[in-house]
Design a protein. Structure first.
Length: 448
Protein backbone atom coordinates (compact mmCIF):
# COMPACT_ATOMS: atom_id res chain seq x y z
CA UNK A 1 0.00 0.00 0.00
CA UNK A 2 1.40 3.41 -0.95
CA UNK A 3 2.46 5.47 2.05
CA UNK A 4 1.58 9.18 1.83
CA UNK A 5 3.01 11.53 4.44
CA UNK A 6 1.79 15.11 4.79
CA UNK A 7 3.68 17.73 6.82
CA UNK A 8 1.16 20.26 8.14
CA UNK A 9 -2.39 19.79 9.39
CA UNK A 10 -3.80 23.11 8.14
CA UNK A 11 -6.53 23.49 5.54
CA UNK A 12 -4.18 22.46 2.69
CA UNK A 13 -2.79 19.28 4.25
CA UNK A 14 -6.09 18.17 5.74
CA UNK A 15 -8.02 18.75 2.51
CA UNK A 16 -5.46 16.70 0.62
CA UNK A 17 -5.74 13.88 3.21
CA UNK A 18 -9.54 13.86 3.16
CA UNK A 19 -9.72 13.74 -0.62
CA UNK A 20 -7.01 11.07 -0.94
CA UNK A 21 -9.06 8.98 1.48
CA UNK A 22 -12.24 9.53 -0.55
CA UNK A 23 -10.44 8.38 -3.68
CA UNK A 24 -8.18 5.60 -2.39
CA UNK A 25 -7.09 3.18 0.26
CA UNK A 26 -3.56 4.57 0.63
CA UNK A 27 -1.83 4.84 3.98
CA UNK A 28 -2.05 8.49 5.08
CA UNK A 29 -0.10 10.16 7.90
CA UNK A 30 -0.32 13.85 8.80
CA UNK A 31 2.53 15.24 10.89
CA UNK A 32 2.08 18.60 12.57
CA UNK A 33 3.84 20.36 15.41
CA UNK A 34 1.22 22.97 16.26
CA UNK A 35 -1.84 21.04 17.37
CA UNK A 36 -3.08 17.49 17.53
CA UNK A 37 -6.20 18.20 15.50
CA UNK A 38 -7.02 20.46 12.58
CA UNK A 39 -8.61 23.76 13.52
CA UNK A 40 -9.78 26.79 11.57
CA UNK A 41 -7.04 29.39 11.77
CA UNK A 42 -9.39 32.12 10.58
CA UNK A 43 -11.55 31.55 13.67
CA UNK A 44 -8.74 32.01 16.24
CA UNK A 45 -9.78 35.60 16.89
CA UNK A 46 -13.25 34.55 18.06
CA UNK A 47 -11.76 32.38 20.80
CA UNK A 48 -9.98 35.37 22.35
CA UNK A 49 -13.12 37.46 21.90
CA UNK A 50 -15.16 34.87 23.79
CA UNK A 51 -17.49 34.01 20.91
CA UNK A 52 -16.38 30.37 20.85
CA UNK A 53 -14.18 27.89 22.66
CA UNK A 54 -11.05 26.55 20.96
CA UNK A 55 -12.74 23.12 20.49
CA UNK A 56 -15.40 24.86 18.37
CA UNK A 57 -12.75 25.85 15.81
CA UNK A 58 -12.22 22.14 15.03
CA UNK A 59 -14.57 21.25 12.17
CA UNK A 60 -14.18 17.46 12.68
CA UNK A 61 -14.84 15.37 15.76
CA UNK A 62 -11.73 13.76 17.24
CA UNK A 63 -12.89 10.28 16.17
CA UNK A 64 -13.08 11.37 12.51
CA UNK A 65 -9.38 10.74 11.84
CA UNK A 66 -9.25 7.20 13.17
CA UNK A 67 -12.49 6.27 11.44
CA UNK A 68 -11.06 7.52 8.16
CA UNK A 69 -7.70 5.85 8.77
CA UNK A 70 -5.76 9.09 8.75
CA UNK A 71 -2.91 8.77 11.21
CA UNK A 72 -2.00 11.93 13.13
CA UNK A 73 1.48 12.53 14.47
CA UNK A 74 2.08 15.52 16.71
CA UNK A 75 5.76 16.17 15.93
CA UNK A 76 8.16 18.61 14.30
CA UNK A 77 9.96 17.59 11.11
CA UNK A 78 13.57 18.73 11.22
CA UNK A 79 14.90 17.44 7.91
CA UNK A 80 13.80 15.77 4.69
CA UNK A 81 16.15 13.15 3.22
CA UNK A 82 14.73 12.64 -0.26
CA UNK A 83 17.34 10.09 -1.29
CA UNK A 84 16.19 7.68 1.40
CA UNK A 85 12.59 8.99 1.36
CA UNK A 86 12.74 9.64 5.07
CA UNK A 87 11.94 12.46 7.50
CA UNK A 88 13.81 13.14 10.71
CA UNK A 89 11.69 14.33 13.61
CA UNK A 90 12.85 16.54 16.45
CA UNK A 91 12.31 13.62 18.80
CA UNK A 92 15.09 11.79 16.94
CA UNK A 93 12.85 9.20 15.26
CA UNK A 94 12.43 8.83 11.50
CA UNK A 95 9.35 8.48 9.34
CA UNK A 96 9.52 7.03 5.84
CA UNK A 97 7.28 7.93 2.91
CA UNK A 98 6.55 6.94 -0.66
CA UNK A 99 5.04 10.35 -1.48
CA UNK A 100 5.53 13.49 0.58
CA UNK A 101 3.26 16.55 0.69
CA UNK A 102 4.70 19.71 2.20
CA UNK A 103 1.88 21.88 3.58
CA UNK A 104 3.68 23.82 6.28
CA UNK A 105 1.91 27.17 5.90
CA UNK A 106 3.35 30.55 6.86
CA UNK A 107 5.08 32.34 9.70
CA UNK A 108 4.76 36.02 10.70
CA UNK A 109 7.39 38.34 9.20
CA UNK A 110 10.02 39.88 11.42
CA UNK A 111 12.21 42.51 9.83
CA UNK A 112 15.10 42.57 12.29
CA UNK A 113 13.63 45.33 14.46
CA UNK A 114 15.67 45.96 17.61
CA UNK A 115 13.76 44.32 20.46
CA UNK A 116 11.64 42.04 18.24
CA UNK A 117 12.36 39.02 20.45
CA UNK A 118 11.54 40.66 23.77
CA UNK A 119 8.83 39.25 26.02
CA UNK A 120 5.46 40.70 25.15
CA UNK A 121 6.31 40.87 21.42
CA UNK A 122 4.39 38.37 19.32
CA UNK A 123 2.68 37.56 16.06
CA UNK A 124 -0.83 36.25 15.53
CA UNK A 125 -0.67 33.07 13.54
CA UNK A 126 -0.64 29.91 15.60
CA UNK A 127 -2.57 28.34 18.46
CA UNK A 128 0.50 29.11 20.59
CA UNK A 129 0.26 32.79 19.58
CA UNK A 130 -3.33 32.82 20.77
CA UNK A 131 -2.30 31.30 24.10
CA UNK A 132 0.52 33.82 24.37
CA UNK A 133 -1.86 36.70 23.73
CA UNK A 134 -4.13 35.39 26.45
CA UNK A 135 -1.16 35.59 28.85
CA UNK A 136 0.21 38.90 27.56
CA UNK A 137 -3.11 40.69 27.29
CA UNK A 138 -5.73 39.08 29.52
CA UNK A 139 -7.31 42.44 30.31
CA UNK A 140 -6.75 46.19 30.29
CA UNK A 141 -5.26 46.18 33.79
CA UNK A 142 -2.39 43.86 32.80
CA UNK A 143 -2.01 45.30 29.31
CA UNK A 144 -2.44 49.04 29.50
CA UNK A 145 -1.67 49.51 25.80
CA UNK A 146 -0.76 47.35 22.82
CA UNK A 147 0.99 48.52 19.68
CA UNK A 148 0.29 46.66 16.46
CA UNK A 149 2.80 46.94 13.65
CA UNK A 150 1.58 46.34 10.10
CA UNK A 151 -1.71 47.24 8.52
CA UNK A 152 -3.08 44.15 6.85
CA UNK A 153 -5.87 41.71 7.57
CA UNK A 154 -4.18 40.11 10.56
CA UNK A 155 -3.26 43.47 12.09
CA UNK A 156 -6.83 44.71 12.04
CA UNK A 157 -8.04 41.40 13.49
CA UNK A 158 -5.58 41.71 16.34
CA UNK A 159 -6.74 45.28 16.98
CA UNK A 160 -10.35 44.12 17.08
CA UNK A 161 -9.47 41.31 19.48
CA UNK A 162 -7.70 43.62 21.91
CA UNK A 163 -10.41 46.26 21.70
CA UNK A 164 -12.99 43.58 22.60
CA UNK A 165 -11.30 43.61 26.04
CA UNK A 166 -11.12 47.41 26.02
CA UNK A 167 -7.33 47.41 25.74
CA UNK A 168 -6.07 50.66 24.18
CA UNK A 169 -4.45 49.98 20.82
CA UNK A 170 -2.04 51.99 18.70
CA UNK A 171 -1.88 50.75 15.12
CA UNK A 172 1.23 51.60 13.06
CA UNK A 173 0.66 51.48 9.32
CA UNK A 174 3.49 52.17 6.87
CA UNK A 175 1.20 53.32 4.04
CA UNK A 176 -0.66 56.64 3.93
CA UNK A 177 -4.02 54.82 3.99
CA UNK A 178 -5.01 51.41 5.36
CA UNK A 179 -4.19 48.44 3.04
CA UNK A 180 -4.05 50.75 0.03
CA UNK A 181 -1.67 48.41 -1.77
CA UNK A 182 -4.70 46.15 -2.18
CA UNK A 183 -7.80 48.33 -1.80
CA UNK A 184 -8.82 51.21 -4.06
CA UNK A 185 -8.71 54.56 -2.29
CA UNK A 186 -12.44 54.99 -1.53
CA UNK A 187 -12.52 51.67 0.30
CA UNK A 188 -9.23 52.19 2.04
CA UNK A 189 -10.57 55.55 3.27
CA UNK A 190 -13.77 53.93 4.56
CA UNK A 191 -11.68 51.50 6.60
CA UNK A 192 -9.42 54.30 7.96
CA UNK A 193 -12.55 56.01 9.28
CA UNK A 194 -13.97 52.77 10.65
CA UNK A 195 -10.73 52.03 12.54
CA UNK A 196 -10.82 55.48 14.14
CA UNK A 197 -14.51 55.01 15.01
CA UNK A 198 -13.43 51.98 17.03
CA UNK A 199 -11.13 54.19 19.11
CA UNK A 200 -8.01 52.64 17.67
CA UNK A 201 -5.10 55.08 17.56
CA UNK A 202 -4.29 54.69 13.85
CA UNK A 203 -0.92 56.15 12.86
CA UNK A 204 -0.56 56.21 9.10
CA UNK A 205 2.83 56.59 7.38
CA UNK A 206 4.50 55.47 10.57
CA UNK A 207 7.12 52.76 10.95
CA UNK A 208 8.47 50.92 13.94
CA UNK A 209 12.09 51.85 14.73
CA UNK A 210 12.70 50.00 17.96
CA UNK A 211 11.04 48.09 20.77
CA UNK A 212 12.37 49.23 24.14
CA UNK A 213 13.00 46.76 26.96
CA UNK A 214 12.42 47.06 30.68
CA UNK A 215 14.93 45.61 33.15
CA UNK A 216 13.33 42.12 32.84
CA UNK A 217 13.60 41.82 29.07
CA UNK A 218 9.95 42.71 28.57
CA UNK A 219 8.73 45.30 26.04
CA UNK A 220 7.87 48.54 27.80
CA UNK A 221 7.56 50.96 24.85
CA UNK A 222 8.21 51.40 21.16
CA UNK A 223 9.83 54.21 19.21
CA UNK A 224 8.47 55.17 15.80
CA UNK A 225 10.43 56.62 12.88
CA UNK A 226 8.80 59.94 13.74
CA UNK A 227 10.56 59.85 17.09
CA UNK A 228 7.42 59.19 19.15
CA UNK A 229 7.80 56.91 22.16
CA UNK A 230 4.64 54.93 22.91
CA UNK A 231 4.43 53.03 26.18
CA UNK A 232 2.99 49.54 25.83
CA UNK A 233 3.40 46.04 27.19
CA UNK A 234 2.34 44.12 24.09
CA UNK A 235 3.67 44.57 20.56
CA UNK A 236 1.84 42.67 17.83
CA UNK A 237 3.96 42.02 14.74
CA UNK A 238 1.52 41.71 11.86
CA UNK A 239 3.55 42.94 8.89
CA UNK A 240 2.63 40.05 6.61
CA UNK A 241 3.63 36.41 6.54
CA UNK A 242 6.13 34.29 4.61
CA UNK A 243 6.32 30.58 3.84
CA UNK A 244 7.34 28.42 6.78
CA UNK A 245 10.10 26.49 5.07
CA UNK A 246 13.33 27.13 7.00
CA UNK A 247 13.65 23.43 7.82
CA UNK A 248 13.98 22.65 4.07
CA UNK A 249 17.06 24.86 3.50
CA UNK A 250 19.52 22.04 2.85
CA UNK A 251 17.05 19.48 1.56
CA UNK A 252 17.77 19.81 -2.16
CA UNK A 253 14.15 20.85 -2.73
CA UNK A 254 14.07 24.00 -4.89
CA UNK A 255 13.10 27.02 -2.81
CA UNK A 256 12.35 30.61 -3.70
CA UNK A 257 10.36 32.53 -1.14
CA UNK A 258 8.33 29.33 -0.89
CA UNK A 259 8.65 25.74 -2.13
CA UNK A 260 8.78 25.99 -5.92
CA UNK A 261 6.09 23.95 -7.67
CA UNK A 262 4.75 23.48 -11.18
CA UNK A 263 1.07 23.45 -12.11
CA UNK A 264 0.79 19.83 -10.90
CA UNK A 265 2.11 21.06 -7.54
CA UNK A 266 5.24 18.92 -7.96
CA UNK A 267 8.58 20.12 -6.62
CA UNK A 268 11.88 19.52 -8.43
CA UNK A 269 12.23 16.25 -6.49
CA UNK A 270 10.21 13.24 -7.61
CA UNK A 271 7.38 12.25 -5.27
CA UNK A 272 7.55 15.49 -3.26
CA UNK A 273 4.75 18.06 -3.61
CA UNK A 274 3.86 21.36 -1.93
CA UNK A 275 0.48 23.01 -1.37
CA UNK A 276 -1.11 25.91 0.50
CA UNK A 277 0.63 29.00 1.88
CA UNK A 278 4.11 27.49 1.56
CA UNK A 279 3.86 26.67 -2.17
CA UNK A 280 5.24 29.06 -4.79
CA UNK A 281 4.28 28.71 -8.44
CA UNK A 282 7.18 29.25 -10.85
CA UNK A 283 4.95 31.86 -12.48
CA UNK A 284 1.73 33.29 -11.10
CA UNK A 285 -1.44 32.05 -12.80
CA UNK A 286 -3.10 34.96 -14.65
CA UNK A 287 -3.12 37.97 -12.33
CA UNK A 288 -2.52 35.80 -9.27
CA UNK A 289 0.66 36.02 -7.24
CA UNK A 290 3.02 33.03 -7.21
CA UNK A 291 2.34 32.62 -3.47
CA UNK A 292 -1.22 32.98 -2.24
CA UNK A 293 -1.48 32.88 1.52
CA UNK A 294 -5.26 32.49 1.63
CA UNK A 295 -7.59 29.83 2.93
CA UNK A 296 -9.37 28.98 -0.33
CA UNK A 297 -6.10 28.45 -2.18
CA UNK A 298 -4.97 25.86 0.36
CA UNK A 299 -8.28 24.07 0.03
CA UNK A 300 -8.26 24.07 -3.78
CA UNK A 301 -4.63 22.91 -3.93
CA UNK A 302 -5.37 20.09 -1.47
CA UNK A 303 -8.28 18.84 -3.61
CA UNK A 304 -6.29 19.14 -6.82
CA UNK A 305 -3.26 17.26 -5.53
CA UNK A 306 -5.43 14.44 -4.18
CA UNK A 307 -6.65 13.85 -7.74
CA UNK A 308 -3.10 13.67 -9.08
CA UNK A 309 -1.93 11.30 -6.35
CA UNK A 310 -4.89 9.03 -6.95
CA UNK A 311 -4.20 8.46 -10.63
CA UNK A 312 -5.88 11.45 -12.24
CA UNK A 313 -3.11 14.01 -12.95
CA UNK A 314 -4.76 17.41 -12.51
CA UNK A 315 -3.28 20.87 -12.92
CA UNK A 316 -4.00 23.55 -10.34
CA UNK A 317 -6.46 25.86 -12.09
CA UNK A 318 -7.92 28.13 -9.46
CA UNK A 319 -10.54 29.87 -11.62
CA UNK A 320 -11.68 33.41 -10.87
CA UNK A 321 -10.13 35.14 -7.90
CA UNK A 322 -12.38 35.61 -4.90
CA UNK A 323 -11.89 36.23 -1.23
CA UNK A 324 -13.70 37.50 1.82
CA UNK A 325 -12.69 38.99 5.14
CA UNK A 326 -13.94 41.26 7.89
CA UNK A 327 -12.66 44.67 8.88
CA UNK A 328 -14.03 45.10 12.41
CA UNK A 329 -17.80 45.28 11.73
CA UNK A 330 -17.60 45.51 7.96
CA UNK A 331 -17.74 42.43 5.77
CA UNK A 332 -15.63 42.53 2.63
CA UNK A 333 -15.91 40.39 -0.46
CA UNK A 334 -13.99 40.51 -3.70
CA UNK A 335 -14.60 38.72 -7.01
CA UNK A 336 -12.42 39.01 -10.11
CA UNK A 337 -9.80 41.77 -10.17
CA UNK A 338 -10.19 45.21 -8.67
CA UNK A 339 -6.74 46.67 -8.26
CA UNK A 340 -5.64 49.46 -5.97
CA UNK A 341 -4.41 52.73 -7.48
CA UNK A 342 -0.88 51.45 -6.98
CA UNK A 343 -1.29 48.40 -9.19
CA UNK A 344 -4.21 49.42 -11.39
CA UNK A 345 -3.77 48.41 -15.02
CA UNK A 346 -3.96 50.92 -17.88
CA UNK A 347 -7.24 49.58 -19.21
CA UNK A 348 -8.91 49.45 -15.77
CA UNK A 349 -11.49 52.03 -14.72
CA UNK A 350 -13.43 52.07 -11.45
CA UNK A 351 -17.01 52.87 -10.59
CA UNK A 352 -17.22 53.59 -6.86
CA UNK A 353 -20.39 54.04 -4.81
CA UNK A 354 -20.51 54.78 -1.12
CA UNK A 355 -23.56 55.14 1.08
CA UNK A 356 -23.92 58.64 2.50
CA UNK A 357 -24.25 57.56 6.13
CA UNK A 358 -23.59 53.86 6.56
CA UNK A 359 -20.36 51.89 6.18
CA UNK A 360 -21.39 50.42 2.88
CA UNK A 361 -19.63 50.79 -0.45
CA UNK A 362 -18.62 48.99 -3.58
CA UNK A 363 -16.11 49.38 -6.37
CA UNK A 364 -16.58 47.80 -9.77
CA UNK A 365 -13.64 47.45 -12.17
CA UNK A 366 -14.46 47.94 -15.83
CA UNK A 367 -12.38 47.53 -18.98
CA UNK A 368 -12.22 51.06 -20.42
CA UNK A 369 -12.36 49.99 -24.06
CA UNK A 370 -14.54 46.89 -24.11
CA UNK A 371 -16.80 47.79 -21.10
CA UNK A 372 -16.17 44.26 -19.83
CA UNK A 373 -16.85 43.65 -16.15
CA UNK A 374 -13.49 42.82 -14.51
CA UNK A 375 -14.35 42.51 -10.85
CA UNK A 376 -16.15 43.89 -7.81
CA UNK A 377 -15.33 44.68 -4.17
CA UNK A 378 -18.20 45.04 -1.74
CA UNK A 379 -18.18 46.34 1.82
CA UNK A 380 -21.24 45.78 3.99
CA UNK A 381 -23.28 44.06 1.24
CA UNK A 382 -23.11 40.30 0.86
CA UNK A 383 -22.95 38.99 -2.68
CA UNK A 384 -23.49 35.61 -4.32
CA UNK A 385 -20.25 33.95 -5.29
CA UNK A 386 -21.75 31.73 -8.03
CA UNK A 387 -23.33 34.71 -9.77
CA UNK A 388 -20.13 36.73 -10.07
CA UNK A 389 -18.20 33.62 -10.99
CA UNK A 390 -20.65 33.01 -13.83
CA UNK A 391 -20.67 36.63 -15.02
CA UNK A 392 -16.87 36.63 -15.11
CA UNK A 393 -16.81 33.37 -17.07
CA UNK A 394 -19.42 34.71 -19.49
CA UNK A 395 -17.47 37.97 -19.95
CA UNK A 396 -20.53 40.08 -19.14
CA UNK A 397 -20.27 43.79 -19.72
CA UNK A 398 -20.78 46.40 -17.05
CA UNK A 399 -24.26 47.38 -18.21
CA UNK A 400 -25.47 43.78 -17.78
CA UNK A 401 -23.97 43.60 -14.29
CA UNK A 402 -25.56 46.86 -13.18
CA UNK A 403 -28.93 45.86 -14.60
CA UNK A 404 -28.86 42.50 -12.76
CA UNK A 405 -27.26 43.59 -9.49
CA UNK A 406 -30.27 42.37 -7.51
CA UNK A 407 -29.61 38.80 -8.67
CA UNK A 408 -26.16 39.00 -7.10
CA UNK A 409 -27.30 40.31 -3.71
CA UNK A 410 -27.11 37.62 -1.04
CA UNK A 411 -28.33 39.68 1.90
CA UNK A 412 -31.45 38.31 3.62
CA UNK A 413 -34.75 39.69 2.32
CA UNK A 414 -35.29 41.94 5.34
CA UNK A 415 -31.96 43.73 4.77
CA UNK A 416 -32.07 47.12 3.13
CA UNK A 417 -31.25 47.03 -0.57
CA UNK A 418 -29.16 49.69 -2.25
CA UNK A 419 -29.30 48.71 -5.91
CA UNK A 420 -31.56 51.58 -6.87
CA UNK A 421 -29.14 54.11 -5.47
CA UNK A 422 -26.15 52.40 -7.05
CA UNK A 423 -27.80 52.29 -10.46
CA UNK A 424 -28.83 55.97 -10.28
CA UNK A 425 -25.26 56.98 -9.54
CA UNK A 426 -24.03 54.75 -12.36
CA UNK A 427 -26.52 56.33 -14.80
CA UNK A 428 -25.51 59.83 -13.88
CA UNK A 429 -21.77 59.03 -14.05
CA UNK A 430 -21.92 57.28 -17.42
CA UNK A 431 -24.91 59.04 -18.90
CA UNK A 432 -26.81 55.77 -19.29
CA UNK A 433 -30.42 54.87 -18.69
CA UNK A 434 -30.24 51.46 -17.05
CA UNK A 435 -33.08 50.32 -14.85
CA UNK A 436 -32.39 47.61 -12.33
CA UNK A 437 -34.20 44.33 -13.01
CA UNK A 438 -36.24 42.56 -10.35
CA UNK A 439 -34.46 39.67 -8.66
CA UNK A 440 -35.09 36.43 -10.56
CA UNK A 441 -34.56 33.08 -8.81
CA UNK A 442 -34.81 31.39 -12.19
CA UNK A 443 -31.84 33.40 -13.46
CA UNK A 444 -29.95 32.94 -10.20
CA UNK A 445 -30.17 29.16 -10.30
CA UNK A 446 -29.77 28.72 -14.05
CA UNK A 447 -26.47 27.17 -15.12
CA UNK A 448 -23.82 28.96 -17.17
C1 LIG B 1 -5.36 35.39 12.21
C2 LIG B 1 -5.51 34.94 10.79
C3 LIG B 1 -6.65 35.27 10.07
C4 LIG B 1 -6.80 34.87 8.75
N1 LIG B 1 -7.94 35.21 8.07
C5 LIG B 1 -8.09 34.82 6.79
C6 LIG B 1 -9.27 35.14 6.06
O1 LIG B 1 -10.17 35.81 6.58
N2 LIG B 1 -9.38 34.71 4.77
C7 LIG B 1 -8.39 33.96 4.17
O2 LIG B 1 -8.52 33.57 3.01
N3 LIG B 1 -7.26 33.63 4.85
C8 LIG B 1 -7.08 34.05 6.13
N4 LIG B 1 -5.94 33.72 6.81
C9 LIG B 1 -4.92 32.92 6.11
C10 LIG B 1 -5.25 31.44 6.18
O3 LIG B 1 -5.56 31.09 7.49
C11 LIG B 1 -4.08 30.62 5.64
O4 LIG B 1 -3.92 30.95 4.28
C12 LIG B 1 -4.28 29.13 5.78
O5 LIG B 1 -4.62 28.76 7.08
C13 LIG B 1 -3.00 28.39 5.37
O6 LIG B 1 -3.23 27.04 5.41
P1 LIG B 1 -2.06 25.98 5.18
O7 LIG B 1 -2.70 24.64 5.29
O8 LIG B 1 -1.30 26.31 3.95
O9 LIG B 1 -1.04 26.21 6.39
P2 LIG B 1 -1.23 26.33 7.96
O10 LIG B 1 -2.63 26.51 8.36
O11 LIG B 1 -0.23 27.33 8.41
O12 LIG B 1 -0.79 24.90 8.49
C14 LIG B 1 0.54 24.47 8.44
C15 LIG B 1 0.84 23.62 9.66
O13 LIG B 1 2.12 22.98 9.47
C16 LIG B 1 2.82 23.02 10.70
N5 LIG B 1 4.26 22.90 10.42
C17 LIG B 1 5.05 23.80 9.79
N6 LIG B 1 6.31 23.34 9.70
C18 LIG B 1 6.31 22.11 10.29
C19 LIG B 1 7.32 21.15 10.53
N7 LIG B 1 8.57 21.33 10.10
N8 LIG B 1 6.97 20.03 11.17
C20 LIG B 1 5.69 19.82 11.59
N9 LIG B 1 4.70 20.71 11.40
C21 LIG B 1 5.01 21.84 10.76
C22 LIG B 1 2.45 24.37 11.27
O14 LIG B 1 2.74 24.41 12.65
C23 LIG B 1 0.96 24.42 10.95
O15 LIG B 1 0.22 23.79 11.93
C24 LIG B 1 -5.78 34.11 8.13
C25 LIG B 1 -4.62 33.78 8.84
C26 LIG B 1 -4.49 34.18 10.16
C27 LIG B 1 -3.24 33.82 10.91
Amino acid sequence: MENIVIIGNGIAGVTAARHIRKLSDKKITIISAESEYFFSRTALMYVYMGHMKFEHTQPYENWFWKKNRIELLNAFVETVDHENKSLKLKSGTSVSYDKLIIATGSKPNKFGWPGQDLKGVQGLYSKQDLEQLEKNAPNKEVCKRAVIVGGGLIGIEMAEMLRSRKIPVTFLVRENSFWNGVLPKGESQLINEHILDHHIDLRLETNLEEIISDENGHAKAIRTDKGDIIECSVVGLTAGVSPNIDFLKDSGIELGRGVKVNRLLETNIKDIYAIGDCAEQHEGIGNRRPIEAVWYTGRMMGETLAQTLCGNPTEYKPGHWFNSAKFLDIEYQTYGWVFSERSKQDHEEHFHWRHAKENICLTIAIHKDTRKFLGINTFGIRMRHEIFDRWLTENKNIEFVIEHLKDANFDPEFFKAYEQEIVSQFNSTYNTNISVKKKSWKRIFSKA
